[in-house]
Write a protein that binds this ligand. Structure first.
Ligand code: AMP
Ligand code: GLY
Length: 421
C-alpha cells in the first residue's frame, strides 16, 4: 500500500513511526514532514493547507490512502478534494470537520442530538452576550466560534473580565473565526481526551489519554496545545468510557450521518468528568497532540488496517484494537517563550541518541542547521516519550532521557502524570 501522511508535528511523527511498522506498507510519503519524520520515510515540501498540491502528490505516488493529521487541512476541504479524486482519506469532510472548526455548530448539534455538555449561548453582538452572562454564575467561559490556534478560550473570574473577553473576541482580532462567540456554563471536574475511530457508521473506541494544558508545573501559566500526556487515563474507567461512547460518540456519528455529513476519521472528545458523569467540553476532528504520541506507543495492533477501514467504510469488519498492558508518558520540550513568543533557532544537543527500546523521541518544531544539527523552529519542539509497566516507570524513563538532552533554549514541565500518581 502507498500512504500519504499530511502534517509536520509530533503527532504526525508518531503516526509515521507506527505506520512505518505496518507489513501492509509499500511506500510512505509525508508532506511536509519534519526532520524526525525524514529519518523514517520520504518527505515532500507540500504544505498541509495546500489542497491542490496534496491531491497532486497523492496521485503522483498512487496513494491508496491519505492520512490527515491537522485540522487546518480538513477545514480547507482536503477530504472533499480527495473524494472527488477517488482517493480514500482518513479524515472528515469540510462539513463534518465543523465539529471542530465551529464551536457554535457543535453546541447546536449537541443540543439537537441530546449530547451532555455545558449550557450555552451563541452571540454576534456584545449587548445580548452581556445579558446572557448576567444569567450565569462565575467563572465564565467565553470562546471564539472558529479555529483560533488554542487562543480562543477565556475563563473569566468575574463579569467585567467576561465582558472584556467578549468585546476582544468580537473586536476583529480573530477575523472570520471571531464573528460569533460561544458563552458556556463552567463545568467542574477532571479532563480526559477520549478517541474514537469511525467510518461514518460504525464507531470504535480508540484509547484515551490525559493532557497537561498549562505551560508550567502545578497547572499554572498560559494555556498551551499540551505540555505532556499519559495513557491509559486511570480516571476514565471502562464504565465511564462506555457511557461516553453511548451518550456522545455514537449519537455524534449517527447525528452527522442523519444530517447528511457523515463523519470519517478520528473523533476526539474532550471530556469533563463531572459529579454527574462525563460531559463534552469539545470535539476535535483529529488526533490530539501530544495524546497521539502515547496512543501510538501503546497500540499493539497494526494501525494501517484501522485507518483504511475508516476511509473505506469497513470498520465493522475489524476487531477492537489491542493495547499493551503498560503505560506511556510523553514530555513536551518547548522553546523558551512558548506559547506567546517562542524563540526559534537555538541549538539542541543529544536528542537523537539511542535512549533504549522503551524511549522514543518524536520531533515537532525542529529544523536542521547547515551541519545537520538540530535547532528549534516552533513552539513545541520535541516529544520525549517512554513506555513502562506503569505510569511511574514510564515517567521516570521519559525524564531520564529528557535529562540527557542539552537545550538551554527550551523548557518543559517536571510533573507530567502527577494526577495519576
Ligand atoms: P476548548 O478549546 O473548548 O477545549 O477549551 C479549552 C479548555 O478550556 C478546555 O480544555 C478546558 O480546560 C477549558 N474549558 C472549556 N470549556 C469549559 C467549560 N464549559 N467549563 C470548564 N472548563 C472549560
Ligand atoms: N492536546 C490537545 C489537542 O490536541 O487539542
Amino acid at each position: 500500500m502507498n500512504i500519504l501522511l499530511v502534517g509536520s508535528g509530533g503527532r504526525e511523527h508518531a503516526l509515521a513511526w507506527k505506520i512505518a511498522q505496518s507489513p501492509l506498507l509499500d511506500r510512505l510519503v509525508c508532506a511536509p514532514g519534519n526532520p524526525g519524520i525524514e529519518r523514517l520515510c520520504e518527505t515532500r515540501p507540500v504544505a498541509a493547507t495546500d489542497v491542490e498540491g496534496l491531491v497532486a502528490l497523492a496521485r503522483e505516488i498512487a496513494a491508496n490512502l491519505v492520512v490527515v493529521g491537522p485540522e487546518s487541512a480538513l477545514e480547507r476541504g482536503l477530504a472533499n478534494a480527495l473524494a472527488l479524486a477517488g482517493i480514500p482519506c482518513f479524515g472528515p469532510s469540510q462539513a463534518a470537520a465543523r465539529l471542530e472548526t465551529s464551536k457554535a455548530f457543535t453546541k447546536d448539534f449537541c443540543a439537537r442530538h441530546g449530547l451532555p455538555t455545558a449550557a450555552y449561548g451563541v452571540f454576534a453582538d456584545a449587548g445580548p452576550a452581556g445579558a446572557f452572562l448576567e444569567t450565569l454564575d462565575a467563572p465564565y467561559v467565553i470562546k471564539v466560534d472558529g479555529l483560533a490556534a488554542g487562543k480562543g478560550v477565556v475563563i473569566a473570574a468575574d463579569l467585567d473580565a467576561a465582558r472584556a473577553a467578549v468585546s476582544d473576541m468580537l473586536g476583529g482580532r480573530f477575523g472570520a473565526a471571531g464573528a460569533q462567540v460561544v458563552i458556556e456554563e463552567f463545568m467542574q471536574g477532571e479532563e480526559v481526551s477520549l478517541f474514537a475511530l469511525t467510518d461514518g457508521t460504525t464507531a470504535r473506541l480508540f484509547g484515551a489519554a490525559q493532557d497537561h494544558k498549562r505551560a508550567f508545573d502545578g497547572d499554572v501559566g498560559p494555556n498551551t496545545g499540551g505540555m505532556g500526556t499519559y495513557a491509559p487515563a486511570p480516571i476514565l474507567t471502562p464504565a465511564l468510557a462506555q457511557q461516553a461512547l453511548d451518550q456522545m460518540i455514537l449519537p455524534a456519528v449517527r447525528g452527522m450521518a442523519a444530517e447528511g455529513t457523515p463523519y470519517v476519521g478520528v473523533l476526539y472528545a474532550g471530556l469533563m468528568l463531572t459529579e454527574t458523569g462525563p460531559r463534552l467540553v469539545e470535539f476535535n476532528a483529529r488526533f490530539g497532540d501530544p495524546e497521539c504520541q502515547v496512543l501510538m506507543l501503546r497500540l499493539e495492533s497494526d494501525l494501517v488496517p484501522y485507518l483504511l477501514a475508516c476511509a473505506t467504510g469497513t470498520l465493522s469488519r475489524l476487531p477492537d484494537p489491542v493495547w499493551m498492558d503498560g503505560a506511556a508518558v510523553c514530555v513536551v520540550l518547548a522553546a523558551n517563550g512558548y506559547p506567546e513568543n517562542p524563540q526559534a533557532g537555538s541549538t539542541i544537543h543529544g536528542a537523537e541518541q539511542d535512549f533504549g527500546a522503551d524511549v522514543t523521541v518524536f520531533h515537532a518544531g525542529t529544523a536542521r542547521d547547515a551541519d545537520g544539527g538540530l535547532t528549534a523552529s516552533g513552539g513545541r519542539v520535541l516529544n520525549v516519550c517512554a513506555s513502562g509497566d506503569d505510569i511511574r516507570t514510564a515517567r521516570d524513563r521519559a525524564y531520564a532521557a529528557v535529562d540527557q538532552i542539552r537545550w538551554p533554549g527550551g523548557f518543559h514541565r517536571r510533573d507530567i502524570g502527577w494526577r495519576a500518581l
